[in-house]
Design a protein around this ligand. Structure first.
Ligand code: GUN
Length: 299
């Protein structure tokens, strides 16, 4: 059996960052605007701390301003709401990202609703979710956008392909399904209540897994020649006190049948951060009445 091509998210994200860096340089040189990204982290979840650090590093490296707000785990709802309002009113902040999940005592919904849709670089506000569905200009959630770019690079035209998205979250599954629909795929969304999940998987030319269950997608679930995008990041005990990262797909086994597959790590993860930078750039341009930017099919 031939081995699947590895879809290199690290290299694709690096190419995308070069493009974004150039556009930021232009924006600053021609209009005196430096995109500003505010990241709000509440509590001390180690995984979230790692993500937030990577986001700040990437922003600074590309010539953006990074504003980091770290609040204690017992922060009150009103304090979070007040911070979001303050960031909405700050002209140096073009993008606001509140790292999820929030500590249990906080309600995510009002926080998301409070973010100015123009600054909502996560694409979580219902206005942006609605715009995506309506095919209007808006902010699109970073991880699904990153997956769409990887698929475009791998497949080019996706017209008529059967695409299956496993997962229906606001942050990933729902926007991913919309983006695949916009690529003229025939899209199925599966979730924890789906009957005969393996059968749905076997019909998919494009299989996108975002369930958070380590190595759930098995070799005999995958159609020969399918392109597999693994969005899962699961931490399992590794050697000694180290941890091992695995996706939602049984990578080694599925590599025997898929035509192409993303690794974990080094697949979707790096694309999420690059797309966040892209969203912050777009937000800065749109808020200043400048043209939108599009990512070319090949970059
Ligand atoms: N937590 C994990 N991924 C994300 C993301 O893309 N955005 C936010 N806000 N929180 C996350």
């Amino acid at each position: 059996m031939s081995q699947a091509t590895l879809i290199d998210g690290k290299a694709t994200a690096a190419a995308l960052r070069i493009l974004i860096g150039k556009k930021i340089g232009q924006l600053t040189a021609e209009h005196g605007i430096r995109p500003g990204l505010a990241v709000v982290l509440i509590g001390a979840d180690p995984a979230s701390q790692v993500y937030v650090r990577s986001k700040r590093k990437a922003a600074v490296k590309l010539g953006m301003e990074s504003f980091e707000h770290t609040l204690p785990a017992d922060t009150k709802q009103e304090t979070v709401m007040a911070l979001v309002q303050k960031l909405n009113g700050d002209p140096k902040v073009h993008g606001i990202l509140v790292q999820l999940p929030l500590p249990k005592h906080l309600d995510e919904k009002p926080v998301i609703l409070a973010i100015d849709p123009l600054k909502d670089v996560d694409g979580l506000h219902p206005e942006n979710a609605g715009r995506l569905m309506a095919g209007e200009v808006g902010m699109v959630s970073c991880t699904p956008l990153g997956c769409q770019l990887l698929l475009r690079r791998q497949l080019g035209d996706m017209t008529g392909k059967n695409a299956l998205v496993i997962g229906r979250s606001l942050l990933f599954g729902k926007p991913m399904a919309q983006l695949l629909l916009a690529e003229d795929c025939t899209v199925t969304t599966a979730h924890s209540r789906t009957a005969d999940l393996a059968d749905h998987c076997r019909r998919a030319d494009i299989l996108v897994a975002a369930v958070g269950r380590p190595e759930m997608v098995k070799e005999d679930w995958v159609k020969p020649g399918a392109v597999v995008i693994d969005v899962g990041i699961n931490r399992l005990p590794g050697e000694g006190d180290k941890e091992r990262l695995v996706g939602d797909v049984d990578f080694d086994a599925v590599s025997n049948v898929a035509s192409a597959i993303t690794p974990v790590p080094g697949g979707v993860g790096p694309m999420t951060i690059a797309c966040l930078m892209f969203n912050a750039l777009r937000a800065a341009r749109l808020q200043n009445g400048l043209d939108d930017v599009k990512i070319p099919t090949s970059f």
